[in-house]
Design a protein around this ligand. Structure first.
Ligand code: DX5
Ligand code: ZN
Length: 217
């Protein structure tokens, strides 16, 4: 599939999400951060907002669920129009069943890991997934500093994915900017979430293009 850029709306103007999505016409996905105030100490939005956005946005929606009990709630986000749904493995009770349910409903299934969660125990689950999301900050807030301690895990995950074959995408999320994206791409990531770097830029779409060209090098 190659390099993809998924700007996070967490750093956009929540009163004007349709207009904000239109400012990043060159983006591959709209990354929507769903937080429940329990799995992470922050609260954002839920399925009704995803549904409204999916009706007006040109890009497909990449829903990142930082919530407890994704087994119960994740399928609702497929119904709401998300084309990719990511649950945290630390919160899922039955990740295989959940990934299968997301796929059966017609979306891409993705599993996220916090920075300190190792990938190796989940190697056997990879065949159930369309994407792995490695957090490169502690989930909960935009604008945090990239944790370079995560780079070896990106490399190890890339090696596991290459060993399997197929086309499972490897997404990184947190502190991704023009300064950090190259290191992540070199380590093997191919889908890049960026919130503050994109929406904090004077021209968000130009930043999307800049990030893409840095990652492609
Ligand atoms: C953090 C979210 C990220 C966040 C990234 O918990 O999952 O998607 O918006 O923001 P930046 O790019 O500013 O680190
Ligand atoms: Zn996210």
């Amino acid at each position: 599939m190659g390099i993809q850029i998924a700007p996070s709306l967490l750093s956009a103007d929540f009163a004007n999400l349709e207009a904000e999505a239109a400012r990043i016409a060159g983006a591959d996905w709209l990354h929507v951060d769903v937080m429940d105030g329990h799995f992470v100490p922050n609260l954002t939005l839920g399925a009704p907002v995803v549904e409204a956005l999916s009706k007006v946005a040109k890009q497909p929606i990449d829903a990142h669920l930082m919530i407890e009990d994704p087994d119960r709630w994740a399928p609702e986000y497929v119904d709401a129009g998300a084309q990719s749904v990511t649950f945290h493995v630390e919160a899922a009770r039955a990740p295989v069943r959940l990934a299968r349910e997301i796929r059966a409903k017609g979306a891409r299934a993705s599993m996220a890991l916090r920075p300190a969660t190792p990938i190796e125990p989940y190697e056997d689950l990879l065949g159930e997934l369309d994407m792995v999301l490695l957090m490169t900050v502690e989930p909960g807030f935009g604008g945090q500093k990239f944790l370079d301690v995560c780079l070896p895990k990106i490399q190890r995950t890339r090696a596991l994915l290459d060993k399997r074959g197929g086309d499972i995408w490897l997404q990184v999320d947190g502190g991704i900017s023009a300064d950090t994206i190259e290191r992540c791409a070199e380590a093997g990531a191919d889908v890049f979430v960026a919130g503050s770097a994109v929406f904090g830029a004077g021209d968000p779409d130009a930043m999307v293009a800049q990030l893409r060209s840095s990652a492609e090098q």
